[in-house]
Design a protein around this ligand. Structure first.
Ligand SMILES: *[C@@H]1O[C@H](CO)[C@@H](O)[C@H](O)[C@H]1NC(C)=O
Ligand SMILES: *[C@@H]1O[C@H](CO)[C@@H](O)[C@H](O)[C@H]1NC(C)=O
Ligand SMILES: *[C@@H]1O[C@H](CO)[C@@H](O)[C@H](O)[C@H]1NC(C)=O
Length: 731
């Protein structure tokens, strides 16, 4: 390279650095601006004072009208106190998103790392991956905030249970199991919020409270449907896990951060407000419009408003928004150069690799080999897609690798769409697809769904592949010269029984919505540079399941009298296409139980002991047990008996004794990497009160006494639980 280039490029780098330095400083302070003599010395600006004192001072200075304008997502500024307006609503389910008015892309930050959709990331069952993604997302969010392009408060994660396979927003969730959802939420939120004492990197707000899982089914939507639910097991579990760190959406005093959406269609607004104790912030204008009237009518008091502000202002103070100059604070140095970095994009690729699920691999045709499969036919409406890979609540990605591009790194490709889009209304393009399948050494069909089939405001009406997709797959498979592999993109499950049972279809992969690098990850799995280890976080039901199941019935438990089959692996025992937790590998793992107790004694609190009472043989209330550190510890050896290194997910299920209306429940999981031929011992602690208890008909959580069994793959182990020998008062 001629030396004359050195000087200009050096200058260019300097310019860039200066530009980003300026940008970092470009956001004016939200409040307590050190250059504003009139406002900088208020006590609420003093970082040396405890946050509770600063919040109290600030609330004391606000008029009722000013306070009310702070109760909504686009909070008004209070100019006389030097406080600017703030947009609370930003989104970051799997990367900073441009859904939500608080965030916009452009200028120095035109894009951000777009991770796989949540349902895909969750299929990795890897909690450290979930936290790592949260850390990257919050780095990029802070960088965007510093540049004036985003807020610091994110309506993420979505912790609704994926209850109905048709739900258009199931893709955003951590699946159907409450333990997985709870662990996901806790990990992702820890990643987002950081681990710096009282200081928050960004603030996470879990959504939605519960029973929100219906978008548009036969004309019924979530804004008008009044879900009737019993608050039993799942919600409590999810939120208990999450709230340790999260300031989460819930109607309890301990929660600092607000519900993201409230039902605002009530005919009597002020009456509606009266019942909303615990709600701190409205994602919408309702509270700003109706609060004053509600106070006049005595439905609400100024004390209630103060209570809400204590929570929201505390969050803003913990974020450093009242600490003056943003660039002088922790995270103040993050800027454009910290967005879409090589490492961040590598993590997006890694997340997709870890989440891809191998559903079928008959005759071990996968992985393909660049030597034997030199020419590969790549067919299907999702074979060369970009946006479809990032699902909903996404932003603008740093760049894409489509499946066609990914596969092109390993082999010569012959490309055909087969259908003009996922609706696949006709067979006009079939002929060309069959033609390339006949030429190629292997055929890969990239099929499935996109947001035109499942989305917010759009539930599915069928679990089958849309239109003529199934016909295309079958015809291509019978024409193909080499092995045929079906790759599916979707959030919800698809009834692919036809492909599962078709011997001409060698393998099936589920890629979910694999994010910006999804095509590279798919190709890495197909060609074996990645050994797949993902597991389904949802049950894949057969098509006829949904005919017995109106979306409007929220109940999880089955009801044989009404022919209602129940929902999720915990309560549905009928036939499935693929079960919750299904997922194959290119190697084989052997799990054996190395060590486990056969009996556990549960100590009770003193006042529940009663020398003369008989021991309850059925159950004890969780509130009567000394739960602290009461765990069942099992040791499991995982041996890789195949010839490839791989990651294995251990799923530990438990069944309570007797007739507790539940056959099994996941109680623990762990993902481990085991080299070919090696063995690893995994220690699993199961918290007795949290995970071995059940919720009875009255909503009371009890620990059943007697034989519990654990199921770890094909291994079963029974152990008994009993209360201390002293009797207990009948509970
Ligand atoms: C799919 O393609 C058909 C034409 O083949 C078109 O009529 C339809 O609008 C397309 N659907 C979407 C969602 O783009
Ligand atoms: C237990 O039973 C004995 C004999 O029936 C009785 O004398 C005693 O008072 C009882 N103790 C309590 C704590 O009720
Ligand atoms: C879990 O994810 C992290 C982050 O990508 C990775 O370093 C680790 O190897 C993964 N664990 C397993 C067992 O795959």
């Amino acid at each position: 390279m001629p030396s004359t280039f050195t000087t200009p490029s050096f200058l260019f780098v300097l310019l860039l650095l200066t530009a980003s330095f300026c940008l970092v400083n470009s956001r004016a302070p939200f409040a307590c601006d050190p250059s504003d003599e009139a406002t900088k010395d208020f006590p609420f600006c003093r970082t040396s004072m405890p946050i509770s004192e600063r919040v109290k001072d600030l609330i004391g200075r606000l008029t009722l009208q000013e306070k009310i304008k702070l109760l909504v997502n686009n909070a008004a500024g209070v100019t006389r106190l030097g406080i600017k307006g703030y947009e609370w609503w930003s989104e970051a389910l799997h990367g900073v998103s441009n859904v939500g008015p608080g965030t916009r892309f452009g200028g120095d930050i035109p894009a951000a790392t777009s991770f796989p959709q949540v349902i895909t990331t969750v299929a990795s069952f890897n909690a450290s991956l979930w936290e790592a993604i949260g850390r990257v997302v919050s780095d990029e969010a802070r960088a965007m905030y510093n540049g004036g392009n985003a807020g610091l408060t994110y309506w993420s994660p979505n912790v609704n249970i994926f209850r109905d396979p048709r739900w258009g927003r199931g893709q955003e969730t951590p699946g159907e199991d409450p333990i997985v959802a709870g662990k996901y939420a806790a990990s992702y939120v820890r990643g987002l919020q950081g681990n710096d004492g009282n200081r928050l990197k960004v603030a996470a707000c879990c959504k939605h409270y519960t029973a929100y899982d219906l978008d548009n089914w036969n004309g019924v939507d979530r804004f008008h449907f009044n879900a009737k639910i019993r608050l039993t097991s799942h919600l409590g579990l999810v939120l208990k896990k999450a709230k340790l760190l999260v300031l989460c959406a819930l109607t309890t005093k301990s929660m600092a951060f607000p519900l993201a959406l409230i039902q605002t269609s009530s005919a009597t607004p002020s009456a509606a407000l009266g019942s909303l104790t615990g709600l701190d912030l409205d994602c919408g204008p309702f509270l700003a419009v109706h609060t004053e009237d509600a106070i006049k009518r005595g439905r609400l008091s100024e004390t209630d408003v103060n209570g809400a502000l204590v929570n929201t202002l505390t969050v803003q103070m913990r974020l450093g928004m009242f600490d003056g100059e943003p660039s002088a604070q922790p995270y103040g140095n993050l800027g454009p150069r910290d967005v879409c970095t090589r490492a961040h994009q590598e993590l997006a690729l890694e997340a997709a690799r870890q989440g891809i699920v191998l559903l079928k691999n008959k005759g071990h045709e996968l992985p393909l080999s660049s030597h034997r499969h030199r020419t590969v036919a790549v067919i299907g409406p999702n074979s060369d897609v970009t946006e479809a890979m990032i699902g909903n609540y996404a932003g603008v990605p740093c760049g894409y690798t489509t499946p066609l591009q990914g596969i092109g790194r390993y082999a010569k490709t012959l490309h055909q769409h087969g259908c003009s889009n996922v609706s696949c209304a006709d067979d006009q393009l079939f002929g060309r697809a069959l033609h390339v399948a006949r030429q190629a050494d292997a055929t890969i069909l990239v099929m499935g769904l996109d947001q035109s089939i499942e989305a917010e405001f759009r539930d599915r009406s069928s679990l089958l592949l849309p239109g003529k997709q199934q016909e295309l797959v079958t015809k291509v498979a019978s024409a193909a010269k080499g092995p045929t592999v079906l790759v599916l993109m979707s959030g919800g499950p698809i009834d692919v029984s036809f492909a599962k049972n078709d011997p001409r279809i060698a393998a099936i992969l589920w890629a979910g919505y694999p994010g910006q690098a999804g095509g590279a990850a798919i190709a890495d799995v197909l060609f074996g540079t990645t050994n797949p280890g993902g597991k389904l976080p949802i049950t894949w039901y057969p098509e006829d399941y949904i005919s017995k199941l109106p979306m409007t019935i929220m109940a999880l438990r089955m009801d044989p009298k009404r022919g209602y089959p129940g929902r999720t692996y915990r309560f549905y025992y009928g036939p499935v296409v693929y079960p919750f937790g299904h997922g194959l590998s290119y190697t084989n793992f052997l799990q054996t139980l190395a060590k486990a107790p056969t009996s556990i004694t549960i100590p009770l609190h003193g006042h529940h002991k009663h020398p003369n009472a008989t021991i309850s043989k059925t159950a004890v209330r969780v509130t009567h047990a000394k739960c602290n550190k009461l765990t069942v510890t099992v040791h499991i050896d995982v041996k890789n008996i195949g010839s490839r290194d791989g990651s294995h997910t251990l799923l530990v299920f438990s069944t309570p004794p007797g007739h507790w209306g539940q056959h099994k429940q996941l109680v623990a999981f762990d993902r481990v990497h085991v080299l070919a031929g090696a063995q690893q011992r995994v220690r699993i602690n199961i918290h007795v009160c949290k995970y071995l208890s059940v919720v009875d008909r009255f909503g009371i959580r009890r620990i059943p006494m007697g034989q519990h069994s654990l199921h770890i793959g094909d291994t079963h182990h029974s152990f008994s639980l009993q209360a201390t020998t002293l009797g207990i008062i009948k509970s």
